[in-house]
Ligand binder design. Structure first.
Ligand SMILES: [Zn+2]
Length: 345
């Protein structure tokens, strides 16, 4: 399977439905990869991880393929219940117990949960267990401290890796971040304007673009219920570390992150932080390294949904044939970024 997004849309490959959306700059419309519309020229295509991002960039949904009907945000209530049940359970419930608890069939539970969360209920429970164990071993945390709340503001950090902290919240978490204050600043860099946003706990959003207004709109779309405050001072140290790195004048910045992730995203993003500057890997290699060589698509989707450009270095993942394709912040920018890293190392 060729993992290039443009090839995927050229072939209307259904395997990529739900993994990315594409927008056509000449029509202002965004589509699913499977849309029957006329195939756009590659130079007129932009890729997005979800409808909100495409809309924030000024595109509207195609009436033909209805990209809003994808499963991006349409997770049923029982899925949230299943996540909460797994999170609260002392011992891992069986699939039957879980299905009974949320009132859906065993087969439907297994299939829909895995599709929405990226891992099976069993694997999700195992990840929670491992994380709890790690947390309590390291910090002497109580069970309540190691219990994951479903809200953004109160989610526990569970991946306390040396280089990066990735918090994990249930996949059912809905966008919003109500009650949260997010400070942000925009700074020029070798890759154009960079928007950096942070909560009190760490950096929650880094985006690259050509247009500051678009970057601000995308931030607002990612945290629609949060209070956003422009404060270049608050993010100044992170911004200057990134700018120096991109100018090959400073080391790879290791900064605390405050991001939401499903169990699977947390595993992928954590793995990405171990890729050294100047190195690259493929989606397939990354899936194999995570113990599931068949999860290439899910890995590609986790990369495409990375909310923190650069600091979670999804740009270091390329297609199997060596092509640099599929970057949330533009393929040209990904190529330039890899060039900068290769020549510096
Ligand atoms: Zn369409």
């Amino acid at each position: 399977m060729n993992s290039s997004y443009y090839d995927a849309l050229s072939q209307r490959n259904p395997a990529f439905d739900g993994i990315f959306l594409y927008a056509v700059t000449t029509t202002g419309v965004f589509c699913r990869p499977t849309c029957k519309s006329r195939r756009p020229l590659e130079r007129n295509v932009r890729f997005f991880a979800d409808p909100a991002a495409a809309r924030a960039a000024g595109f509207r949904a195609c009436k033909r393929c209805r990209p809003d009907d994808t499963n991006f945000d349409a997770q049923p209530e029982w899925l949230a219940q299943a996540c909460r049940f797994l999170e609260a359970a002392e011992a891992t419930p069986t699939l039957d117990e879980l299905a009974d608890h949320v009132g859906v069939s065993r087969a439907h539970l297994q299939r829909s949960f895995t599709r929405a969360v990226g891992v099976s209920p069993k694997r999700y429970a195992a990840t929670l267990r491992e994380a709890r164990l790690r947390t309590s071993l390291r910090n002497g945390a109580t069970v309540s401290e190691a219990t994951y709340a479903s809200g953004f503001g109160s989610s526990s950090r569970v991946y306390d890796a040396a280089s990066v902290k990735i918090g994990m919240t249930p996949a059912s978490y809905r966008r919003g971040a109500s009650g949260l204050t997010v400070a942000y600043g925009i700074t020029p860099s070798a890759l154009g304007p960079v928007l950096i946003a942070a909560t009190e706990r760490g950096i929650c959003h880094v985006a690259l673009g050509d247009d500051e207004d678009v970057l601000e709109r995308e931030l607002r779309a990612s945290f629609p219920k949060a209070t956003l405050e422009r404060s270049d001072d608050r993010v100044e140290s992170a911004a200057s570390a990134l700018v120096r790195y991109l100018a090959s004048e400073g080391p790879w910045p290791q900064l605390p992150l405050d991001v939401r992730a499903t169990a699977f995203q947390a595993r992928v993003w954590e793995a990405l932080t171990h890729l050294a500057p100047g190195s690259t890997t493929t989606y397939g290699e990354l899936a194999a390294a995570l113990g599931d060589p068949r999860a290439t698509r899910a890995v590609a989707r986790a990369c495409a949904t990375n909310p923190v450009a650069l600091l979670i270095p999804c740009h270091r993942v390329i297609a199997k044939n060596g092509d640099v394709r599929g970057y949330r912040w533009g393929i040209e920018r990904k190529i330039r970024l890899l060039d900068i890293e290769r020549s510096a190392s």
